[in-house]
Design a protein around this ligand. Structure first.
Ligand SMILES: Cc1cc2nc3c(=O)[nH]c(=O)nc-3n(C[C@H](O)[C@H](O)[C@H](O)COP(=O)(O)OP(=O)(O)OC[C@H]3O[C@@H](n4cnc5c(N)ncnc54)[C@H](O)[C@@H]3O)c2cc1C
Length: 295
């Protein structure tokens, strides 16, 4: 299917991009790598496709991975491939590096960005669950240059819907410094191969106290609800206690109860729920062991 006609504009600053987005409203879309946007434009009926595409490639300094106060900042044009191969990301956020490596194909990873993956707001977005367990937030720029920070947990509103307001663009995603004795992990299940979108994905983080009890536990689930979500009741099963095999199994079962999966071409809802339990248990065992705990 051919692309519908559109005007491509390439502003040289984020502020100019925001002004253009505010000026054209619903008739415009921002483009990073275009791996989601251009496909959707081909599929959309003519009336629904944007008339103006605002490319970010002309804005300098957006393709960076920086260490900020011990945490990470990943710019709006940073490729999935750069995140997958970054020494800093592999050291500070190994579950994010693993998710980026698991996303799509080498061609897509060399076009698509982490921020585009988040802004597309698919419930199955591979990088969303690791960023949720690391407590990430997104820095938004609006017309006039004003900035605001939104916790990633509040960013996803529904399939394809985010907290971005009119004229707002994500400048970067920020991850706070890791806790001391931490282990984290990403698990993904797809029906055919990695080119297929995940049928279920789970990320976990376990931070241990000196006495071996879990000071902080984060569990995030993808593709099993309208948005990527934290399984907070499951986290509470483990927090303040040592991550024994029995408690990990209880937490995984609680995570499966928190999932709200639907049945679709990729999987039945019931299968998804069962796989949440399997993947959550596997992931918690791995995170606890990487943190130096038992499980
Ligand atoms: C063959 C194929 C396989 C794929 N496999 C996977 C997979 O396994 N897992 C997965 O999660 N995804 C997959 N995808 C989807 C896609 O590649 C990823 O979501 C990618 O990370 C999107 O990044 P992008 O830079 O190309 O986004 P774009 O297509 O440029 O943008 C995506 C959306 O975000 C908006 N946007 C982009 N940047 C900003 C910004 N800075 N501020 C505000 N809005 C913005 C755009 O307007 C658009 O609505 C696949 C796609 C294809 C074509």
């Amino acid at each position: 299917m051919p692309l519908p006609r559109f005007r491509y504009v390439a502003p040289e600053s984020l502020e100019a991009a925001c002004e253009l987005l505010a000026e054209h409203g619903d008739r415009a879309r921002v483009m990073a790598g275009g791996t989601d946007l251009l496909l959707r434009m081909k599929r959309l009926p003519r009336a629904g496709a944007p008339e103006v595409v605002i490319g970010l490639r002309g804005v300098p300094g957006l393709d960076t991975i920086r260490i900020d106060d011990g945490g990470l900042s990943i710019g709006a044009l940073t490729l999935l491939a750069s995140v997958a191969g970054s020494t800093d990301v592999n050291r500070l956020c190994p579950a994010l590096a693993s998710a980026a490596r698991s996303t799509a194909t080498v061609q897509i990873r060399n076009m698509g960005t982490v921020v585009g993956n988040l802004c597309n707001a698919s419930p199955a977005a591979d990088t969303a669950t690791p960023l949720l367990v690391y407590g990430a937030s997104v820095l938004l720029v609006r017309p006039g240059g004003e900035r605001r920070t939104v916790p990633l947990e509040d960013f996803f509103l529904g399939p394809g819907r985010t907290a971005l307001g009119p004229g707002e663009i994500v400048a970067e995603v920020r991850v706070p410094p890791p806790c001391g004795r931490a282990g984290s992990d990403y698990q993904r299940l797809s029906q055919r191969s990695r080119v297929d979108i995940a049928a279920v994905c789970v990320s976990t983080l376990v931070c241990l106290d000196r006495d071996g009890s879990a000071a902080r536990v984060r569990i995030a689930l993808g593709a099993v609800a309208p948005v990527p979500l934290r399984a907070k009741s499951a986290e509470r099963v483990l927090e303040g206690r040592p991550p024994t095999a029995e408690l990990v199994a209880q937490a995984a079962a609680a995570a499966a109860r928190e999932a709200r999966p639907i049945s679709d071409v990729r999987s039945s809802g019931e299968y998804r729920r069962r796989m949440v339990e399997v993947l959550a248990r596997r992931s918690l065992v791995r995170s606890a062991s990487l943190a130096g705990g038992a499980a």
